[in-house]
Ligand binder design. Structure first.
Ligand code: ZN
Length: 359
């Protein structure tokens, strides 16, 4: 994973500092971020989920301290740690429930355990929510008041940010828009969650590979056949590469993904009516940097224009995310900052927020 585009030295940072933790199934990224969302230090460790949650949290705690040292900062300059984690989870309880990406880390009170491990208060949120907040705070959404973000990768993540509110929902499953239904038929493709017809069953890396396999089995003439026969593994990268090289079947598969995503985006536009929709994740075909990425975005926009209320299609910004793999930890630091600011405000104005003793 690439490093952030721009680090700032501690001397230029605005205090307080926040540490963001992006907990993934394979890697954990930890970074120190200043009050304006600018990264100062960054490191990555392996998740090794098979070693269990106690071991994992101990290593995350150590990485938090290391990242603070790397930044040249003192722990007293850090107000709070933000932890973005894959679901399922109970956010208010600070619990992991049954995250499929972290087998064995089930029903685990990760927020309090991490706080014990690093000696700092911890804010806990969904990883897709955190990434969305990162883009909203300092990425593609920095000039927006409300934003929806889709993250295309192994799965299809989503986050919704309305002003300073990151939508979590009553049962910590708000903004699970990878699971909105875009095909109601019983024989629609199955999502990774086991239900048919969800957006993720059309827009994820797995879905793209599944459609490619079907095309190969149906005998479509494509340059992919030779690649697969030579032992190459079917991935979005391979399909994207062939599409760029002029293979029509590959291009259709990539652009169909854009059309499905467009359908999902219109559903969100008609629900939330955000200022903007941002598309991030590993499966964006090179994004703005590549002709295929730009074509992908163009087709998403065409689909939106075809299906959305005209005024929304005209006025809603649709663009690629800007922070890449840094969105997760920067956003996790950002949600920690939101909670820190809320707590500071309720200290200054106790009547605005009922305290535990009042209830
Ligand atoms: Zn699903």
């Amino acid at each position: 994973m690439s490093q952030p585009h721009q680090f700032i030295p501690l001397a230029d940072a605005r205090l307080p500092l926040f540490v963001g933790v992006d907990l993934g199934g394979t890697n954990i990224k930890v970074g120190v971020v200043d009050d304006l969302g600018r990264p100062i230090s960054w490191l990555s460790i392996e998740t090794s989920p098979e070693r269990g949650p106690d071991d994992g949290v101990r290593r995350i705690g150590k990485a938090v301290i290391e990242a603070i040292e790397q930044a040249g900062a003192r722990i007293e300059q850090v107000a709070r740690v933000g932890l973005g984690s894959p679901g399922t989870m109970d956010i208010p309880a600070g619990m992991l429930l049954e995250p499929p990406n972290l087998p064995g880390w089930f029903n685990y009170p990760i927020r309090s355990r991490l706080s014990d491990a690093c000696g700092l208060p911890v804010t806990f949120d969904n990883d897709a929510n955190a990434a969305a907040y990162g883009e909203f705070w300092v990425g593609s959404g920095r000039d927006l008041q409300s934003m929806v973000m889709f993250t295309l990768g192994t799965g299809t993540g989503c986050g919704i940010v309305l002003d300073e509110l990151v939508l979590q929902g009553q049962h910590s499953h708000g903004a699970e828009c990878g699971h909105i239904i875009i095909d109601h038929h019983d024989d629609a493709p199955l999502c990774s969650c086991g239900k048919p017809g969800h957006l993720e069953a059309y827009c994820s890396a797995k879905a793209l590979v599944r459609r490619t396999q079907a095309a190969l089995e149906a005998g479509h003439v494509t340059s992919l056949t030779a690649k697969v026969d030579a032992g190459q593994v079917l991935t979005p990268l391979l399909v994207g590469g062939e599409a760029e090289a002029g293979d029509k079947v590959s291009l259709t598969i990539v652009l169909d993904t854009a059309r499905y995503l467009g359908v999902g985006i219109v559903n969100l536009m008609h629900t939330v009516d955000p200022n903007g929709v941002v598309i991030g994740g590993a499966m964006t075909f090179g994004g703005d940097e590549s002709p295929l990425g730009r074509r992908f975005l163009e087709v998403v926009r065409e689909e939106v224009h075809r299906r959305a209320f005209p005024v929304l299609a005209e006025r809603t910004m649709i663009d690629f995310a800007r922070l890449g793999g840094d969105a997760g930890y920067i956003g996790a630091a950002g949600v920690a900052r939101l909670e820190h600011n809320r707590l500071q405000q309720s200290k200054l104005n106790p009547s605005a927020a009922p305290s535990a003793e009042d209830q």
